[in-house]
Design a protein around this ligand. Structure first.
Ligand code: NZQ
Ligand code: ZN
Length: 389
C-alpha cells in the first residue's frame, strides 16, 4: 500500500429480508418533517411505498413527496425537488429507489440551504458544499451504483447533454443509514438487473486497473469479482434466487463505498466514456459502461500489461503456462467478453442509436482523466467510440 489515506464511512447498513423494520429505530433520530423521494412508480406497484408510508405514519411524521425522479435524474427535476424540500423544511430526506433516487436526494440535501446554483457549483466548478446539509436515509430497491454508502451524485443537464458525476468528500453527504433488503430487488426487470451487475463489475475494475504496487485493495477487489461472477451466473438463469441476489447486493455496496479505492490512484475512464454516451442518449447507466469497456480495455492493455495478466489469471482462471504476458492478458479480456455476452449486456453504442457522425459531439462532453494506465488523447477517445459502435 503505497498511498496515504484516511478512511471513514459513517453509513449504517441494515441488511436482510426484515431490514425495513429498522426504519423504526432510525426515524426517531430526526425531526418531524420528512421528504420522501422516489422514482417513476415501481415502489407503488411492488408494495414498498405502502410499507414505508405505514412506518412513517406510525412514527408520527409529516411527509412531503418528490415523485417521478427519472433514471439519470435531470437538472430541471433537481430544481423542482429543492423547492419542495425547502418549502417542507425537511429534517430528513428519505430516498426509496435506486441510484438515481439516492444520488438525487443527496444533491437536494446539499442544495436546500445553499444560495448558489447547484449545477454550476457542484458539477461545473466541482466545489464542496459549505452550507448545512440535510441528512439522507436510503431504502435501496435497485442494486449497482453503491450510492447507498457513498458520497457520489450524478446529474444530467438535459439542455447541454452533459451527464456529470461528483464524488463529494464530506462524510455528511453519505446516507446516514441504508436499508438493504435483497427481496426488494426481485421485481427488477432483467435488463436492469444485468445493467446493475455490470455497473458493479465496472466499479471494481475502475479501481483495480490502476497502480503497480502490491496493494490489499486489489486482493479485496478480486474476491468481490469472484463472488459477483459466480452469483451473476445464478441470478441470470434464476432471477428469483434470493441467495445470489443478496450476494450481488452486498458486493455492490462494497464495490463503491470507497474501501477498494484505498491506496489506489483509480482510473474511472470507462465511466467518463459511458457517462458521455449516457448524457447524449439517456441510456441505462450500466449498459453504457458495457458498450464501451472492451474497446477501452483493449486500448490500454499494453500500458498496464502486468495488471491485465493478473486479472486474467486471478479473476478468470486463465492458465498462463507456455503463453506470453500479452496472450494471457488478451485471454482474460476474452473471458470477460464471454461473460458479458452470457449475461446479455449491450455491447455496442449503436444499440442506443449513436452514429459515427455524432462521435465528435460526444467526445466534446467526455471528461478525460489522468490516473489510469494511459491518459487518452481526444483522438483516442474517438477511436474507442468508433470501435464501440
Ligand atoms: O423509477 P422507478 O419506477 O422506480 O423504476 C426504476 C428505474 O426505471 C427501476 N427500479 C428500481 N427499483 C426497482 C425498479 N423496478 C422494479 N422493481 C424495483 N425494485 O429501475 C430503473 C433504474 O433505476 P435507477 O435508479 O436509475 O438505476 P441505478 O441504480 O442504476 O442508478 C443509475 C444512476 O446512478 C448513477 C448513474 O449515473 C445513474 O444516473 N450512478 C451513481 C453513482 C454513485 N452515486 O456513486 C455511481 C454510478 O457509477 C452511477 O454513475
Ligand atoms: Zn457506475
Amino acid at each position: 500500500m503505497l498511498g496515504n489515506f484516511t478512511y471513514c464511512n459513517p453509513t449504517k447498513l441494515y441488511f436482510g429480508d426484515d431490514s425495513l423494520k429498522y426504519l423504526n429505530d432510525e426515524l426517531p433520530k430526526y425531526g418531524k418533517n420528512i421528504v420522501l423521494v422516489y422514482g417513476g412508480g415501481s415502489i407503488k406497484k411492488n408494495g414498498i411505498y405502502d410499507e414505508v408510508i405505514e412506518i412513517l405514519k406510525k412514527n408520527g411524521k409529516n411527509v412531503a413527496e418528490i415523485a417521478g425522479v427519472m433514471p439519470n435524474p435531470t437538472l430541471a427535476k433537481l430544481y423542482e425537488g429543492i423547492e419542495i424540500a425547502r418549502a417542507h423544511k425537511a429534517d430528513l430526506i428519505l430516498a426509496v429507489g435506486g441510484g438515481s433516487v439516492c444520488d438525487y436526494s443527496k444533491v437536494v440535501a446539499m442544495s436546500v440551504n445553499c444560495d448558489e446554483d447547484p449545477w454550476e457549483k457542484y458539477y461545473i466548478r466541482f466545489e464542496q458544499p459549505e452550507c448545512r446539509i440535510i441528512p439522507v436515509g436510503c431504502v435501496l430497491t435497485m442494486v449497482g451504483t453503491g450510492s447507498e454508502m457513498n458520497a457520489g451524485s450524478v446529474i444530467t443537464n438535459e439542455k447541454t447533454k452533459q451527464k456529470i458525476g461528483h464524488a463529494f468528500l464530506s462524510e455528511e453527504i453519505m446516507p446516514r443509514f441504508a436499508v438493504l433488503n435483497p427481496k426488494y430487488t426481485l421485481t427488477l426487470p432483467h435488463y436492469q438487473m444485468i445493467a446493475g451487475i455490470y455497473d458493479i463489475f465496472s466499479h471494481i475494475c475502475e479501481q483495480y486497473f490502476s497502480g503497480e504496487d502490491d496493494n490489499t485493495s486489489d486482493y479485496i477487489s478480486e474476491g468481490l469479482m469472484h463472488s459477483l461472477i459466480h452469483s451473476s451466473r445464478i441470478a441470470n438463469k434464476d432471477p428469483q434466487n434470493y441467495e445470489a441476489r443478496s450476494n450481488i447486493m452486498w458486493t455492490a455496496t462494497w464495490a463503491l463505498n470507497t474501501l477498494v479505492a484505498k491506496g489506489k490512484s483509480t482510473d474511472w475512464m470507462v465511466h467518463m466514456l459511458g457517462q458521455a454516451v449516457g448524457g447524449y442518449t439517456n441510456a441505462t447507466h450500466g449498459m453504457t459502461l458495457s458498450a464501451v469497456s472492451l474497446a477501452y480495455y483493449r486500448h490500454i492493455m499494453p500500458y498496464g500489461l502486468q495488471k491485465f495478466k493478473r486479472f486474467a489469471v486471478n479473476v478468470w482462471n486463465v492458465n498462463p503456462e507456455g503463453k506470453t504476458d500479452e496472450q494471457i492478458a488478451k485471454e482474460g479480456l476474452k473471458a470477460l467478453e464471454s461473460w458479458m455476452n452470457e449475461l446479455g449486456l449491450v455491447m455496442n453504442i449503436s444499440e442506443f442509436g449513436v452514429t459515427e457522425a455524432e462521435l465528435e459531439d460526444i467526445a466534446d462532453v467526455t471528461i478525460i482523466l489522468t490516473d489510469g494506465y494511459k491518459t487518452l488523447s481526444r483522438k483516442e477517445v474517438i477511436e474507442i467510440y468508433k470501435e464501440s459502435l
